[in-house]
Ligand binder design. Structure first.
Ligand code: C2E
Ligand code: MG
Ligand code: MG
Length: 712
């Protein structure tokens, strides 16, 4: 058996080939021996060879160094047990030599190769491969696997941690390798999608997973091809990709795909249903009016800008409720809020198209974008305007009350009336302003030149405001005659505005403006005082009629100002007549009726002016029994017409039935007066009897009144 004896310092230790004397063979053997020892010595593992007597034949340097043995002690021929003892002596072994031997002995005796591990006292782990030799004895190969074990252990620990992290993640997770195969999937993923491991087995392809989602009907919709190409793009760019996925069960998941450095990607799945709901709520709040839930100004602007970008035919409506303030004042703000909600609902129901937008700008201001078919703009807009006026004009009923409001609309058309949002809104507002000034419950299209009209109207408001302190107002008085007796029974005070800049402005031009700005309250109060003061100088028994607006009566200070005007002038209450119009009685609030009743209780008379025009609902007469009805002058002017004559006759008859005085306004001819006399009308007023005149003139006229000079 070729063995090498190697001295300390030389690689392999073993017994010499001494005693073999054939020169050629010896040479050959030596060469072989050298090659063998070089091979053994250069092995990366330790090697020890033992004979049947358990004595060492050879070992290599690695063997000596793995066990830190003394090369002087461990030499060929040494017994295996003695090596063990030596290793115990030098403190390398972790057991006694006997124990170590007892462990090794079964391997030595066994005829099969085997492998086992031994731990040294310093913690190193040595793997020992045991190979029996045919001739008896054995070879052991030793390998220090400490580092390998540590790495394995570390890897195991890493896996453990990774598993723990995966299992405890609040997000679902799938990991795909560079070939797009599923390699990791956590529990949370299964929970989130209510699926089993078998539905998404490891090794499954990405496409397979997407198809499985589709098959299980998990997503509301899924486009497999687009998902695959999006993923490819995200991997290519090395960027993460976030998408919201809507599940068929209504939940929303945030899916984030992140490419991994070594190829492949991780997909995480997060249930963001609640968060999305909160976010959506927040954005909704930022874009909607909280009361009515309609889009607010900012959202409206967005939609309008967008609509203008798409350049279709549009109509922009600016809307404003009529008499809304009265509802608020009378019924309180909760009722006002309720009404606004109902109005919002009705407006929404008026819109036909899904795309049309109604928004609330605040208060009782609403705006609408109507999308129209090309060329149909004005016609469509007009239809909608009519529908809105009709629908908002119907009473709003809740449990205990009936509320009436109206709505005024201004309309601007795109592209004719403006090409940008600001201009369109401004022009729609202008048209609204015009609608308001022309009376309530009307719609107006924007017209070029309205701008100038609005300017003019604003200027009028400013002038009017300044006119009261400048004492530019005056009163004229028009006599009222008892038809049967021909006596003058009183006079109506009619307001005049002597504007230095404008000349004489008729009340029909400035009273509505004063009503709208609220100036009518101090102005009306002034008129009452002035009229009463003038009437105080008239013969007793003559009454003074003063016109009052609904706005005045609703102001809350009305009764007080009437009483104070009477007290101040000394005119008895039964000589004062207040002329109201139907709109006053149309007001739902109790306060108006209460105030009128209270004044009537003092002996003041209430006359219903301009009767026959407007709503003329007899129901109003039942709501409040007036003392006098004044037939509007338009009927008297038309009295030659048979139908008109019939109406006038009916009103006179009605007055007689109710015990209410009927006065005909605008009597200009003897024929008209004759007709009225014949029909039994009680009183007449008009240019025929007397034109509105200055206080001094009327005083003279009244004093000259023959019937009165005796009684007065
Ligand atoms: P009204 O109360 O119906 O007053 C009668 C109107 O008819 C007056 O117009 C008067 O000048 C006019 N008139 C009288 N006789 C004739 C006639 O024979 N023919 C014609 N064509 N017209 C006649 P005026 O003074 O322009 O007043 C218009 C309206 O302004 C009044 O209608 C009244 O509603 C309102 N008004 C006048 N003064 C006041 C006031 O002090 N307060 C309030 N709130 N409104 C007032
Ligand atoms: Mg009047
Ligand atoms: Mg009148």
């Amino acid at each position: 058996m070729p063995v090498a004896h190697v001295k300390a310092g030389s690689p392999v230790r073993g017994r010499s080939a001494e005693g073999i004397g054939l020169p050629g063979i010896e040479d050959e053997l030596r060469k072989q021996n050298d090659r063998f020892s070089a091979a053994v010595e250069n092995m990366s593992h330790g090697l020890g060879m033992f004979d049947a007597d358990e004595r060492m034949i050879i070992c290599n340097g690695n063997y000596i160094s793995i066990f830190r043995l003394d090369a002087e002690v461990v030499k060929p021929g040494i017994r295996f047990f003695d090596i063990l003892q030596h290793s115990v002596d030098i403190g390398v072994a972790s057991h006694s030599a006997e124990e170590l031997y007892a462990i090794r002995k079964p391997y030595i005796d066994r005829a099969q190769p085997s492998t086992y591990e031994e731990m040294l006292s310093d913690g190193r782990i040595i793997n020992i491969s045991h190979r029996p030799l045919a001739s008896g004895g054995w070879v052991s190969i030793y390998e220090d696997i400490t580092e390998q074990r540590r790495a394995e252990q570390e890897l195991k620990e890493q896996h453990r941690r990774f598993d723990a992290a995966l299992a405890n993640m609040s997000q679902g997770l799938l990991m795909y390798d560079a070939d797009g195969r599923l390699i990791v999937r956590n529990e949370r993923f299964l929970e989130l999608y209510h699926v089993t491991p078998a539905d998404f087995p490891l090794g499954m392809s990405h496409r397979g997973a997407l198809e499985q989602f589709a098959r299980l009907g998990i997503y509301a919709e899924i486009d497999i091809e687009s998902e695959i190409s999006k993923t490819a793009a995200c991997l290519q760019a090395g960027e993460m990709l976030s998408t919201y996925r809507h599940l068929a069960d209504g939940r929303t998941l945030l899916v984030v795909r992140r490419p991994m450095s070594g190829g492949g990607w991780v997909a995480t799945f997060d249930d963001v249903t609640e968060r999305r709901r909160v976010e959506e709520r927040m954005t909704h709040l930022a874009h909607h009016d909280t009361l009515t839930n309609l889009p607010n100004r900012s959202m409206f602007r967005e939609r309008l800008d967008q609509a203008l970008g798409e350049a279709t035919d549009l109509a922009i409506f600016s809307l404003d409720l009529d008499r809304f303030k009265a509802v608020n004042d009378t019924w309180g703000h909760p009722a006002g809020d309720w009404l606004l909600k109902c109005v919002a609902e009705r407006l929404q129901n008026c819109l036909r198209s899904e795309t049309d937008v109604v928004a609330r700008f605040g208060g009782d201001e609403f705006v609408i974008i109507q999308f129209n078919t090309k060329g149909a703009g004005p016609k469509d807009a007009e239809k909608l305007a009519k529908r809105i006026v009709d629908i908002i004009g119907r009473p709003f009923r809740d449990k205990s009350r009936d509320m009436h409001v109206g709505i005024s609309l201004g309309i601007a058309l795109f592209p004719n009336d403006g090409r940008d949002a600001d201009t369109l809104l401004k022009n729609a507002d202008m048209a609204l302003y015009r609608a308001k000034s022309e009376g309530r419950n009307v719609y107006r299209f924007f017209e070029p030149g309205m701008d100038a009209m609005v300017q003019a109207r604003r200027a009028l408001e400013t002038d009017l405001e300044a006119a009261l302190p400048r004492r530019e107002f005056g009163l004229d008085f028009q006599p009222i005659m008892n038809i049967a007796s021909g006596e003058i029974v009183g006079a109506e005070a009619l307001m005049r505005w002597h504007s230095p800049a404008r000349g004489l402005v008729p009340p029909d031009d400035f009273i509505p403006v004063a009503e709208e700005t609220g100036l009518i309250v101090p102005l009306g109060e002034w008129a009452l005082r002035k009229a009463c003061t003038v009437a105080a100088g008239w013969p007793h028994g003559l009454c003074i009629a003063v016109n009052v607006s609904a706005v005045q009566i609703k102001s809350g200070t009305f009764a007080r100002s009437v009483i104070s005007a009477l007290a101040f002038s000394g005119v008895p209450a039964d000589r004062l007549e207040l002329e109201i119009t139907e709109t006053v009685l149309m007001d739902e609030s109790d306060t108006v009726l209460k105030t009128l009743k209270q004044l009537r209780g003092l002996g003041i008379r209430i006359a219903l002016d301009d009767f026959g025009i407007g709503y003329s609902s007899l129901g109003y007469l039942r709501r409040f029994p007036v003392d006098k009805i004044k037939i509007d002058r338009s009927f008297i002017r038309d009295i030659d017409n048979r139908d008109t004559a019939a109406i006038v006759r009916t009103i006179i008859g009605l007055g007689a039935q109710l015990g209410t005085t009927v006065t005909a306004e605008g009597v200009e001819t003897e024929a008209q007066l004759e007709f009225l006399r014949r029909e039994g009308c009680v009183e007449a007023q008009g240019y025929l009897i007397g034109v509105p005149s200055k206080a001094a003139d009327i005083q003279r006229l009244l004093k000259a009144n023959p019937a009165l000079s005796q009684s007065g």
